[in-house]
Design a protein around this ligand. Structure first.
Ligand SMILES: Cc1cc2nc3c(=O)[nH]c(=O)nc-3n(C[C@H](O)[C@H](O)[C@H](O)COP(=O)(O)O)c2cc1C
Length: 372
């Protein structure tokens, strides 16, 4: 499964895998794809350094990348140059805090132990933290730097290019794709409405060819709703130079999901069991539908705050829900492809299934076209 881009990057398959877990990212790279480690949860540079050292030791010299989150739209703190977590805390209305307390109390969610920090922080979405991650990452031989939620700043693109690192950015519309191209990035990840995580409103089937046309000759990776080789064949037929998958890896044996109950929820979920909600971060993000998302999306409630306020508001609550595995509230970002994530497989098995499905699709199309 070779395209110009996969050849340029020296990978066997034009399959890019986004994942927050180093063991999954390394396994994707070892299986002949391109593993991309999500950095947003690394608020301490030493943690990222430790995991990049590990990636370096477990990728057999094959290429991998890093994904950071530098939102193009920022909330500014009055009178403050750099928004700190304390600035954000101060902007959260008391009624929203009360709503979180009441919702947790309704489900009898226990408190964290004294002194136990919430494992889930928002600071990875702050530009100064992402810049700290980059200071670490540029010391490693990463081959791709991706940014969610906007084009990376011009100096970051220049710095990456000086290190011979390709720069990618996620786009939910052809207009955003064009903006990224004008900003000087190298690859557009066109991410459809079906995708897990922050998404726009346009389905992949419509978005992929629109983005390809909008940024030609820049390469486009198709993202959103892809979980089989047949879907990869469809994306490549639409002009993509590869695919970018996020959800599918969540139920892989190598994934370090914090809760067995969550894995089971994902394995059991159907394609209609996700919702595009602002409950988690303040921006629309597709995730499992739970009683937590229902509470935030209820018109009788206060509704979510904008990013980054909502993320900070719910950080501790999310940690408590995860730690105590409070089933009705337990969720994660995941796309509609969750409906086909029905068994736990290794990353290697996923690659075998994807490549077999791709071959089947090509054979079928060749037969239809009278070429086989
Ligand atoms: C659990 C999860 C977390 C995600 N976090 C990020 C992120 O931090 N940065 C990012 O660029 N994309 C993130 N995404 C989106 C993925 O990069 C990818 O575009 C998306 O998952 C593709 O669609 P799919 O979920 O249908 O495979 C996330 C997706 C999931 C499922």
């Amino acid at each position: 499964m070779q395209t110009e881009l996969s050849k340029q990057l020296g990978v066997e398959h034009a399959i890019f895998g986004f994942t927050p877990f180093p063991a999954v990212a390394a396994a994707i790279t070892r299986a002949g794809g391109f593993g991309v480690l999500g950095a947003v949860r690394y608020t301490a540079p030493d943690d990222l350094k430790r995991d990049l050292d590990w990636m370096q030791d477990h990728t057999e010299g094959k290429p991998y990348g890093l994904d950071v989150v530098m939102p193009a739209k920022k909330v500014e703190a009055p009178g403050s140059q750099t928004l700190t977590e304390a600035d954000v805390e101060a902007m959260i209305p008391p009624a929203h805090r009360e709503f979180v307390r009441d919702t947790l109390a309704k489900h009898a969610v226990p408190e964290l132990a004294d002194g136990e920090a919430s494992g889930w922080r928002i600071t990875g979405w702050m530009e100064q933290v992402a810049r700290g991650q980059l200071d670490v990452a540029f010391d490693y031989p990463i081959k791709l730097l991706a940014n969610a939620l906007g084009s990376p700043p011009a100096d970051v693109i220049d710095r990456a290019h000086r290190h011979h690192i390709l720069v990618a950015a996620l786009a939910g519309s052809a207009r955003h794709a064009r903006k990224h191209a004008d900003a000087g990035i190298d690859i557009v990840v066109a991410q459809g409405y079906e995708a897990g995580g922050h998404t726009g409103e346009i389905a992949s089937m419509v978005l992929t060819p629109e983005a390809v046309e909008a940024v030609a000759p820049l390469p486009v990776l198709a993202a959103g709703g892809i979980g089989s080789g047949e879907q990869i064949a469809a994306a490549l037929a639409l002009g993509a130079q590869g695919v970018w998958l996020g959800s599918l890896w969540l139920t892989c044996a190598e994934a370090e999901l914090h809760s067995r109950k969550l894995t089971e929820k994902l394995l059991a979920a159907g394609s209609g069991d996700t919702v595009r909600s602002r409950a988690l971060t303040g921006k629309p993000a597709r995730q499992l539908r739970t009683q937590w998302t229902d509470a935030w999306d209820d018109p009788q409630g206060p509704g979510p705050l904008p990013m980054p306020l909502q993320g900070l508001l719910v950080a501790e609550a999310v940690s408590r829900i995860q730690k105590y595995e409070v089933e009705p509230l337990l969720g994660t970002p995941v796309g509609q492809i969750v409906g086909r994530m029905n068994s736990e497989r290794s990353v290697r098995q996923v690659f075998d299934d994807l490549t077999r499905g791709f071959e089947r699709a090509i054979d079928r199309v060749n037969r239809i076209a009278g070429r086989a």
